[in-house]
Ligand binder design. Structure first.
Ligand code: PMP
Length: 403
């Protein structure tokens, strides 16, 4: 099945340095199937027009397509209402929108925001900016050696000053799938809202925001086979209503005068300016692509590749895994002896294998393990066990060269 699926990805049909490309950098971004490329192409060829403000035919069609995409996303994550789906540029912008809103309305001096040690910089820096602005503080949940959240520490961090928890669903470095349902329950037991960074979670789990009962869920299209530059903020209506606009401009207003501006209803209050209509349509096509394969099949494939990779890589004594949580997504971070991750990545690249190296935008996590970076292989639906065999062979060769 996978070979057939791979044929749907034009970018994967190329050689690099005379070797067939093996793309294992899917936690950074996934490749795009032809159906997504066609949907975006068709939008610009046949529909391109500005949305929500035209009376002419193209504008009406573009608006319908854009709002249809919103409803597909609503269904995909089982959000109660389409107006709780805000289009953004991606996870980073979604988190900034919420952090900024909290800084401007809710956070006060000495208040506290809880994040975890394994956060991506995108779920640290916006909160740091927010707390600095208000004289509030960040509280950090520790993790254990295998890369799991310390739940006791988490529970103990709450106080009457806690105003929000912001935690990742799945670590982009460790692959850990956090027990977010439990974490959400605990936050709510303290009457504290919780934001989930779903940049990795949206691909690695079946997200149902009503079942989770999270207050915010953020993700980027490009990590689930959609174009870059489009993402989603899901927020419960009661919180989205409470938060002020993130940016001012066209689309987000009801009436403007020099004395007073009133704002548009949800979700448009948060969508200032001309939106990425082609991106939203591409995201809808990517969702269709995933649903056609089936969520369960996608997850089973990821799990099979993860198990296979972890087992095969153990053939190499010099490999040290970073992150061995019991619940893991298809992300394998490791070190090869004392070799610098960048050297490993560069040698793998010459063999046609694309992996990620470095701190993966998670420097506090690197500090936790007292390392400067890792090599990371991450898998998607078009990857195969044969590719993992080639990765392992290439790692053996790299190990011989570098030691
Ligand atoms: N959070 C996590 C866990 C991520 O993996 C990423 C992307 N690497 C982000 C946030 C940021 O996503 P984006 O750059 O698409 O906004």
């Amino acid at each position: 099945m996978t070979e057939k699926i791979k044929e749907e990805f034009p970018v994967l049909q190329q050689d690099v340095y005379g070797k067939p490309l093996i793309y294992l950098d899917n936690a950074a971004t996934t490749q795009k199937p032809i159906s997504v490329l066609n949907a975006v192409d068709n939008y610009y060829r046949c529909l391109n027009s500005n949305v929500h403000r035209g009376v002419h035919r193209l504008s009406i069609l573009a608006t319908e397509a854009y709002e249809h995409a919103r409803m597909s996303i609503q269904q995909f994550i089982n959000a109660p209402n389409a107006h709780e789906i805000v289009f953004t540029r991606g996870t980073t912008e979604s988190i900034n929108l919420v952090a900024n809103g909290f800084a401007n309305t809710i956070l006060k001096q000495n208040d506290e925001v809880i994040v975890s040690t394994m956060e991506h910089h995108s779920n640290i820096v916006p909160w740091q900016l927010a707390v600095e602005k208000c004289g509030a503080k960040l509280k950090v949940i520790s993790i254990n050696e295998i890369g799991e959240i310390d739940m006791e520490c988490y529970q103990n961090l709450f106080s009457e000053k806690t105003k929000i928890v912001a935690v990742t669903h799945v670590s982009n470095v460790l692959g850990t799938i956090n027990p977010i349902k439990k974490m959400i329950e605990i936050a709510h037991a303290h009457q504290v809202p919780i934001l989930i960074d779903g940049a990795q979670g949206i691909k690695s789990t079946k997200v149902d925001v009503q079942d989770l009962d999270c207050d915010f869920y953020c993700f980027s299209g490009h990590k689930i086979y959609a174009p870059m530059g489009i993402g989603v903020l899901y927020g419960k209506e009661k919180y989205l209503e409470q938060l002020p606009p993130y940016q001012g401009g066209g689309e987000m207003i009801q009436n403007v005068s020099f004395e007073k501006t009133t704002f548009n209803s949800l979700p448009f209050k948060f969508e200032a300016g001309t939106p990425n209509v082609g991106g939203a349509i591409g995201l809808e096509a990517a969702i269709d692509f995933m649903l056609k394969i089936g969520r369960e099949n996608l997850l089973t494939h990821d799990k099979a590749l993860l198990d296979y990779a972890q087992t095969k890589m153990q053939e190499i004594d010099e490999i040290r895994f970073i992150g061995q949580a019991r619940e893991k997504a298809a992300v394998v971070s490791f070190l090869l002896g004392t070799a610098h991750p960048a050297d490993v990545g560069t040698l793998l690249d010459t063999m046609g294998i694309a992996v990620r190296t470095g701190h993966h935008c998670a420097e506090p996590l690197m500090n936790r393990y007292q390392i400067s970076g890792t090599v990371r292989a991450s898998f998607a639906i078009y990857n195969t066990k044969t590719e993992i065999d080639k990765l392992v062979e290439a790692l053996k060769k790299t190990n011989r060269i570098l030691s």
